[in-house]
Design a protein around this ligand. Structure first.
Ligand SMILES: Cc1cc2nc3c(=O)[nH]c(=O)nc-3n(C[C@H](O)[C@H](O)[C@H](O)COP(=O)(O)O)c2cc1C
Length: 223
């Protein structure tokens, strides 16, 4: 698979098969992904890779939280509270497309929550990754982490795997930090599901849109 194919075939997959992913494949993906650039070569990330019984344990503690309607203060706001347009509309459009696809009506809050809860089962993926940063880090280092994560997502594609990056996990900072034995200065920024796409799942038919270049590129100095 060439680079363009990897980029264009990556999408957020929200239903995986239970086919296992061997540790050697994840190891190799990380071995290549670590060559992402980072300002000052800080390589400001640590990664926790969870699978098997350990993953089941984590999933069950979060499902318990949901059942007992426990709440934790989210680690951070995933979106600004007063998200402006065009960002607000883009978010609404992709959300509506997703719920329409899986037959959840607009006002069905419970149905939407059920879909949201699937985040906390890694959408059935056999591997979950957690990306952890030192709380000391600044905006620049979060860009570094993004590049590292994108490397992982593209390398996943070249191994026949799919991913879903998951900020939703920031909703459970105490549960996740306890499970990963994180120290005070460490912050779990984002999760990621990794596995084989369930080709038969309706939800995986979702094709998100992108703005055209005219909307976000300013050219200068070209003939
Ligand atoms: C950092 C990051 C966090 C995300 N968190 C979630 C998440 O928690 N749950 C989810 O279903 N999708 C999540 N997504 C997926 C986005 O919704 C998705 O990337 C966007 O709609 C574009 O669709 P595509 O990835 O299929 O191209 C996340 C994406 C990124 C980059």
């Amino acid at each position: 698979m060439d680079l363009v194919q990897a980029i264009r075939s990556r999408k957020s997959v929200r239903q995986f098969t239970d086919q296992k992913v061997p540790k050697e494949i994840v190891y190799e993906i990380l071995e290549h992904a670590k060559w992402a650039p980072s300002g000052g070569n800080l390589q400001p990330w640590t990664v926790h890779v969870v699978s098997g019984e350990e993953l089941r344990k984590l999933v069950s503690s979060v499902q318990n939280n949901l059942l007992e309607m426990k709440d934790e203060t989210p680690e951070y706001n995933v979106y600004p509270p007063d998200l402006k347009d065009p960002y607000r509309t883009r978010r609404r459009v992709v959300g509506q497309a997703l719920y329409e696809l899986i037959g959840v009506p607009r006002k069905d809050t419970a149905g939407k929550l059920r879909q949201l809860a699937k985040n906390f089962e890694f959408f059935g993926a056999p591997v979950g990754l957690f990306f952890v940063m030192d709380r000391q880090m600044e905006i620049g280092q979060y860009a570094d982490l993004g590049m590292f994560m994108q490397n992982i997502m593209l390398l996943a594609r070249s191994n026949g795997l799919h991913t879903c990056p998951q900020e939703a996990w920031a909703r459970w900072p105490e549960t996740v930090s306890r499970f990963l034995n994180l120290q005070e200065h460490e912050m779990m920024f984002c999760g990621m599901a990794l596995g084989y796409m369930d080709e038969s799942a309706k939800i995986n038919e979702l094709q998100s849109e992108r703005a055209s270049l005219e909307d976000f590129v300013n050219w200068r100095g070209f003939e």
